[in-house]
Design a protein around this ligand. Sequence first.
Ligand code: TRP
Length: 337
Amino acid sequence: MASDRPRALSGIQPTSGSFHLGNYLGAIRQYVALQETHDAFYMVVDLHAITMPQDPKELRANTRLSAAQLLAAGLDPERCTLFVQSHVPEHAQLGWVMNCITGFGEASRMTQFKDKSAKGGVNNASVGLFTYPILQVADILLYQANAVPVGEDQRQHIELTRDLAERFNQRFGQTFTIPSAHIVKEVAKIYDLQDPAIKMSKSASSPKGLINLLDEPKATEKKIKSAVTDTGTEIRFDAEKKPGVSNLLTIYSTLTGESIPALEARYEGKGYGALKTDLAAVMVDFVTPFRKRTQEFLDDPETLDAILAKGAEKARAVASETLAQAYDRLGFLPAKH
Ligand code: TRP
């Protein structure tokens, strides 16, 4: 089967409801592409989600919703392994092992923890949030992943993964593959439509600046048409002087595959209005089938859950082998049946 291919693994949090355009163009499109070249494992990381308070009903709904959107975006259960993290108990098990070889100071240097805990005050943050990156290390090492497709913000966690894999291998013998971050440089960075100085993101963006893929197409159209543009009238890519127009050009180009110079030529002498009208149409054409496919999976939770059950079974076959090896190397007594 696909086993002679390099392995890819990534995870996405089930906390956001609808995916937004930044998620999609930054990470999820990469997931879809890597199915063709890699033995790819993708999971919805519900264990990570509970590092922050979650409503149980919402968590369950969002876990299905995330899986449905990944499938709607083009993940194909015949060509990749899609599963839910908590269905594979080896994540928590190897996570504990990794906790025990991580230095407290080392974990304290993780900037995502500093950022996330700063919001509610460090004393209110859970210990789970503190060890979040170490669980992520276990996620990756269990699958002997070579490539980890993530955004730039995850680089430090991949570095930690490499450090801990090397440490374990050195102390206990060769066990884990050393992974690399797969961060595609040209991957579009998408900015808030109302404030093109900040990245489009659920937490930072204003509702009007954020394109949720599951929004009503009419609402999406309106957001594009009221996007902030720059002084002047010329349609030209210039991230510094024209961040608003440049962001629209990036979105347009990434969605259609047309190059930015080709778009600049096409819109020469035309106003911002023409660009926005056309981009709104491109967006609507993109989100309409995406919403429809997502809804089809949500309307048929049995099929969706069966896909996830099969994925978990495939994932466990790999994860349990790695965990057994790690336990043996550590000196744990084998459990005899
Ligand atoms: N921390 C990642 C994020 O916030 C999610 C994640 C969890 C992940 N486990 C992973 C990403 C393993 C890659 C590999 O985006």
